[in-house]
Design a protein around this ligand. Structure first.
Ligand SMILES: [Zn+2]
Length: 308
């Protein structure tokens, strides 16, 4: 039922946060025994080489915006799944060795379970692992092996994390102060706010009852308050919804809970007006005119420009 293009939605903060939780549970305390590369092009760094991870234990898993960061005893295996990338978990990794080729398999990490024995002996001998895969032809999956996550350019330039404990309304007000960007562009700009993309920016703006085309610096205090509440509530709700689910379910997790994003023509769950769509930058956005723009449909600027 979902259009084909939706298969390639970029996972955003809530899905990556839930995936980090899944990986924390499955990886921390386990030792990497090998890394095999199926697509050389996904590796954006060459020093240290992936083989440097062998024999080292995973000590932490964290998220930076939409990046995942596995701390493997001081070396950081960082990846960004982009539009078509995903992680496939194995309780027992396939025995066949990965060789560079054209398939979707980009990277396989093998582990051994040497955590303190409190289960059956065969569980302690398990050799789990995971694959990073990328479907389709648009190769955007990116993997980095660095000594410090800040060496990844996309992480070094990230804005504040909207789910961080210290991200309060004053922090959002400071971001908006003097901003000349439209809210839609501002919210999904990773250097402004880390982790929000095309889908959750639509959802946040709908919850805040603000026009996607409103200029950030022109919001009054009451509107800033609404936007802050919406950012925190929409993201926290989606994190709660996604958390605890296995990796294979997370890529599609966000579709179910969306109120306007990807729902063009369907009734707004708040006011029952039809959800509308307008082009924005390189894609399109969805919104409810009754809830967000005083009933006035937003003009498709690309179209207007062509007519003039
Ligand atoms: Zn509505």
């Amino acid at each position: 039922m979902a259009p084909a293009c939706e298969a390639g939605r970029v996972p955003e903060l809530p899905e990556i946060e839930a995936l980090a939780g899944f990986l924390r549970e499955h990886l921390v305390g386990r030792t990497v025994i090998g890394v095999e590369v199926g697509a050389i092009s996904v590796l954006k760094t060459y020093d240290p080489p992936p083989s440097a991870l062998a024999g080292l234990q995973v000590i932490a898993v964290s998220r930076h915006g939409k990046f995942l960061d596995l701390d493997v005893d001081g070396l950081h295996l960082v990846f960004h799944l982009a539009r078509a990338g995903w992680l496939r978990w194995y309780d027992t990794a396939p025995a066949t060795l990965v060789r560079p080729g054209k398939g979707p398999l980009a990277l396989r990490v093998r582990l051994v379970d040497d955590r303190p024995a409190d289960g059956p002996a065969d569980a302690r001998l398990a050799t789990p692992g995971f694959d990073l895969t990328e479907a389709g032809t648009q190769k955007r999956l990116a993997v980095y092996l660095v000594r410090d996550p800040a060496q990844v350019p996309g992480i070094a330039s990230l804005g504040p994390d909207p789910m961080a404990a210290d991200f309060d309304q004053a922090a959002l007000a400071a971001i908006l102060d003097g901003a000349r960007q439209q809210l839609k562009g501002l919210l999904r700009d990773q250097s402004v706010l880390a982790g929000v993309g095309n889908a959750y920016s639509d959802e946040v703006l709908h919850a805040a009852r603000l026009s996607p085309f409103a200029i950030g610096g022109r919001l009054d205090d009451e509107q800033v308050g609404r936007l802050y509440t919406a950012v925190r509530e929409v993201l926290a709700g989606a994190v709660a919804e996604a958390s605890g689910r296995p990796a294979k379910e997370l890529k599609d997790a966000k579709r179910a809970g969306m109120r306007v994003h990807g729902r063009t023509g369907q009734p707004c769950p708040v006011c029952a007006d039809a959800v509308r769509e307008v082009s924005f930058a390189d894609s399109s956005l969805q919104y409810c005119a009754t809830c967000q723009t005083g009933g006035k449909p937003l003009a498709d600027r690309r179209l207007s420009r062509l007519i003039k």
